[in-house]
Design a binder for this molecule. Structure first.
Ligand SMILES: *[C@@H]1O[C@H](CO)[C@@H](O)[C@H](O)[C@H]1NC(C)=O
Ligand SMILES: *[C@@H]1O[C@H](CO)[C@@H](O)[C@H](O)[C@H]1NC(C)=O
Ligand SMILES: *[C@@H]1O[C@H](CO)[C@@H](O)[C@H](O)[C@H]1NC(C)=O
Length: 266
């Protein structure tokens, strides 16, 4: 410390005042809402309750959820932190998992809505960022006979070295938590080639996850669907390791080698 007994009383007063002001403001501004989500738009409809549906692909009666609304076009683009999951693999072997989604450009006119999907994570004991890349295609683009209750449901196909990785996934819930931070819940089907069972993943714009209150509502809403498989996954959905090591780093840039899955680290 550079302060000595000769430090000017005025300086000390000024510092005390500043500390006092910070403490007072902290009392007002302090909340559990994260501050690391610059560049994203916060929701204005924070009191909306969580609404969930069953994945249309495991639901014998998808029409039952006809009133469920998918997110607006483009809402899922950009960078998400995967903060909770039922996947044992993600829980035990991945740190700081993220997903990045961008439209395929130029679009294939016969397959509208395709997205470039990059998943990335750090291993438990290394700062290396490992990526995997594939393309998600809306199931309604693959099968034009499907109705709107199939919106927000996709087929995922890995590319290049990941060509044997494929599954389907669907958005079950989406919205803004009590802090206005966007989130969505995704169900993904089994990935046969790597022996990964079906899983629930929670994608959030903040690495701190949805607020505790919203998290409880999400789990309750999923269980209220009354489907044994989804209830089981919801009960096993736990926080993943998000230790902040990727804060301040830009989202991964998926160049040609990343898109090939031949080079998968940076
Ligand atoms: C567009 O999709 C169709 C399948 O619907 C495929 O046969 C074709 O090769 C695709 N075109 C491009 C340019 O990828
Ligand atoms: C994944 O690909 C295999 C082989 O092409 C196919 O039999 C299977 O139905 C695909 N899985 C999904 C979920 O689409
Ligand atoms: C893509 O993968 C193929 C083999 O799978 C390889 O020959 C080629 O060099 C790769 N391209 C890039 C840009 O990494």
């Amino acid at each position: 410390m550079f302060f000595t007994s000769r430090s000017s009383p005025t300086l000390l007063f000024a510092l005390t005042f500043v500390w006092g002001l910070q403490a007072a403001l902290g009392g007002v501004l302090h909340s559990k809402c994260p501050t690391d989500v610059e560049g994203i738009s916060f929701g204005s409809c924070r009191s909306l309750r969580v609404q969930s549906r069953l994945p249309p692909m495991i639901n014998p009666n998808p029409k039952k959820f006809e009133s469920w609304k998918p997110p607006p076009a483009g809402w899922t683009y950009g960078n998400w932190k995967i903060t909770h999951s039922s996947s044992q693999l993600y829980l035990t072997s991945f740190r700081n998992m993220q997903g990045d989604s961008a439209p395929v450009f130029p679009a294939n006119a016969s397959l509208p809505g395709q997205t470039n999907d990059v998943s990335s994570f750090q291993p438990p004991t290394s700062s290396m960022i490992i990526t995997s890349y594939g393309i998600s295609t809306p199931l309604r683009s693959l099968d034009k006979t499907l109705g709107s209750e199939w919106d927000g449901a996709f087929h995922f196909q890995g590319v290049g070295a990941m060509a044997s990785t494929n599954n389907s996934w669907a958005i079950l819930s989406w919205g803004y938590d009590k802090c206005g931070i966007p989130y969505f819940v995704a169900w993904e089907s089994e990935i046969v080639t790597v022996g990964q069972p079906p899983a629930l993943d929670i994608h959030v714009r903040s690495d701190e996850g949805p607020t505790e209150e919203t998290m409880k509502e999400i789990i309750a809403s999923l269980k209220a669907l009354g489907n044994e498989a989804i209830t089981d996954l919801a009960e096993r959905t736990v926080p993943l390791v998000q230790d902040g090591e990727r804060r301040g780093l830009p989202p991964v840039v998926c160049d040609a080698a990343c898109q090939n899955n031949t080079v998968y680290s940076s």
